[in-house]
Design a protein around this ligand. Structure first.
Ligand code: NAD
Ligand code: UDP
Length: 377
């Protein structure tokens, strides 16, 4: 190779090296420029940006109070209404149900909702999920259904409570138990106050439900005392409304379905026994108020409508409101059927500022409309 050729090659190589180094440096500089704000200033800037975005959308308040809420028994009558309210309040809702008495139809309208999830699961088995609050509603509520498999009913109340309390303990989550006026049994105190210990037959056909719910209450208060768990216990009185199962066997759904179909209205016993009927929207408002109440409000707290009616009065009302020609027929009174029931709701008024607002007639109109559409009558 000639000398002049060699020197040209060296020059070219130099130029190439200088260019490469320059390119390398400039790309390094660009990378640094991009990385520097990320590594130092970015978190602050991005958070500010995100927060102001949320503020701009007026979501920041909701964002901070938004919770992941588990509703067991969410495909049931009460649970499905509760889910509607929780979603409307901006929470993430996880519904757990084994469909024993619940129905896909009850939650069909929230399937696909971005903040709704469903898990098919039996609460008598442990559950591992991450949530902030738990509403424990899983349990058949109608005498016909809870007496169908009484052993499973007790297991659902007791093992279900243990599993959900264990979950709440692991997560430090607040937990609400859907207890019942049945813990008072066939009451000798009227109206029923929360400090009344009840009159329950421990070995009768209703005991699987009554004693199961009483044991669940015991477990809730022991977890509270022993593990400082934040608990809420609602004693729910007879509740009715749309999404009750047509063949549920409870008195309101039975009478409406029978009246609409023109079938005999089945009165058990002489119909002189009383119940106090609460419309589902009022109940759900009470449950949410209890969950949101200060930690020291544990309950038990009665949630129900103090308006008291005999079963015969209810039958006559339903016949009049549906314009039915159904006749009243008398069937034997089931064993241990409570003779009277009316909640004293002083505690709910005082601690939750809650009282029902929907009278029986107004609630029946909604419920009759629902069943008319459901049965295509
Ligand atoms: P429901 O029967 O319509 O709903 C109960 C739901 O729990 C159903 O979806 C059912 O499939 C589910 N479930 C039952 N066993 C389960 C299990 N082992 N695992 C998972 N899911 C299970 O009854 P409801 O009227 O909606 O009652 C809801 C809750 O409120 C119950 O705990 C009930 O005891 C209580 N309660 C209701 C009333 C009332 O009048 N509706 C009165 C007192 C108490
Ligand atoms: N009942 C009735 N006819 C029916 C269903 C129920 O007379 O077709 C009575 C039942 O015996 C009870 C009351 O209505 O006295 C309420 O029954 P339900 O099953 O709704 O609830 P309970 O309060 O007994 O759990």
């Amino acid at each position: 190779m000639q000398v002049w050729e060699a020197s040209r090659l060296i020059k070219r190589l130099n130029v190439w090296c200088v260019r490469s180094v320059a390119t390398l440096l400039s790309s390094l500089l660009r990378t640094c420029k991009t990385l520097w704000p990320l590594s130092l200033a970015a978190p602050i800037r991005l958070d500010k940006c995100r927060i102001s975005q949320l503020e701009g959308q007026n979501l920041s308040r909701n964002y901070s109070s938004r919770k992941r809420v588990l509703v067991t028994g969410g495909a049931g009558f009460v649970g499905s209404h509760l889910i509607d309210v929780l979603l409307a309040k901006g929470h993430d809702v996880l519904c757990v149900d084994n469909y024993f008495t619940g129905a896909r139809d009850n939650i069909a309208h929230v399937r696909g909702h971005e903040r709704f999830e469903f898990i098919r699961h039996d609460v008598t088995f442990p559950l591992f999920v991450e949530v902030d609050e738990i509403y424990n509603l899983a349990c058949p509520a109608s005498p016909v259904h809870y007496q169908h498999d009484p052993v499973q009913t007790t297991k659902t109340s007791v093992h279900g409570a243990i599993n959900m309390l264990g979950l709440a303990k692991r997560l430090g989550a607040r937990i609400l138990q859907a207890s019942t006026s049945e813990v008072y049994g066939d009451p000798s105190v009227h109206p029923q106050t929360e400090d009344y210990w009840g009159n329950v037959n421990p070995i009768g056909p209703r005991s699987c439900y009554d004693e199961g719910k009483r044991c669940a209450e015991t477990l809730f208060f022991d977890y509270h005392r022993q593990h400082a768990l934040e608990i809420k216990v609602a004693r729910i009185f007879n509740t009715y409304g749309p999404r009750m199962h047509p063949s549920d066997g409870r008195v309101v759904s039975n009478f409406i379905v029978q009246a609409l179909k023109g079938e005999p209205i089945t009165i058990y016993g002489d119909g002189a026994q009383t119940r106090s009927f609460c419309y589902v929207d009022d109940l759900v408002r009470g449950l949410v108020a209890l969950m949101e109440s200060p930690a020291e409000v544990t309950g038990p707290i009665n949630i129900g409508n103090p308006g008291e009616f005999t079963i015969r009065e209810l039958a006559e009302k339903v016949i009049a409101m549906t314009g039915s020609r159904s006749a009243l027929v008398q069937l034997p009174l089931p064993a241990d059927d409570p003779k009277q029931r009316q909640p004293d709701i002083s505690k709910a008024r005082q601690h939750l500022g809650w009282e029902p607002s929907i009278a029986l007639d107004a609630g029946l109109v909604q419920t009759i409309d629902y069943f008319r559409a459901k049965l295509e009558l």
